[in-house]
Design a protein around this ligand. Sequence first.
Ligand code: ATP
Length: 306
Amino acid sequence: MIQLYIPLNFLGVIYREIKQSLADMERLFSLLDEHREVADAPDAQPLRTHGAEVRFQHVDFSYESKRKILFDVDFTIAPGTTTAVVGHSGSGKSTLSRLLFRFYEVNGGSITIDGQDLRVVTQDSLRHAIGIVPQDTVLFNDTIEYNIAYGKPGATKEQIVAAAKAASIHDFIESLPDGYGSMVGERGLKLSGGEKQRVAIARTLLKNPAILIFDEATSALDSKAEQAIQAQLKEIARSRTTLVIAHRLSTVADAEQILVLDHGRIVERGTHQSLLAADGLYAQMWLRQQARVDEDLASPASPGPD
Ligand code: ATP
């Protein structure tokens, strides 16, 4: 009994850790299939997307019964548009993406994609429709080709190379001694944060999902790498329904809709310009961040959109 308990408990720990970081969730689910907290309904149907409108309707949520995390969260991401979520640390931003991927069940309200409640669709089809570029991409101890192809089992070499090119990582891969056959991951080449994110972007391009979740890296990349990643993301977000979990405001100015979360409630929503004009929490956060950037950067190449 004890012998059985320990490994299961250990798997549980890994499961929670990975769930938390949104890293590698697809792989994880295939490994720990029986450990899903959320099961398919007996009559679950495959999700059918046409445009992929995402709706959160009066969503309440808590991880533990005593502490509510989201309160009456209500918003729509129109098909093919980008919604960015901003807010202080712990306000509930990443929780929204975990709920959209149905890691957890909402406690009140509903989440729908093209009118289909997540509770009545199969999880496989849901996860097939959503591509995630996580904060911190975990690479498998395998070749870089395998790591990219993971986005689409059975992808051809041409498709993999095309995705790598679109993610601006092809030249880097070609410069490695073993090219696409180079081993990466813990026991292979260590890639930088920006390179890992590009691998994740290539993976996502190959998967070609209708919905994209981008969980922005909390640790800032250098500003050149950051700009390159932003440009690529803009490209892959085009014509896809996109949810950006933004940890820095400088990356959200182009979003069609910005939601400002505060202690689990949407307190403001609008575009960058309308939120600045409203002179509320977003405007305060923006001013504070700009002041920090000005302080931090001695060089004249100060970032910041507009
Ligand atoms: P950050 O910008 O720091 O990433 P966030 O806005 O994305 O923060 P969330 O990760 O959504 O915040 O967390 C919202 C709240 O839920 C936090 O108070 C956090 O402590 C809590 N929380 C997150 N995951 C769990 C969990 N698995 N169990 C219990 N509480 C959790």
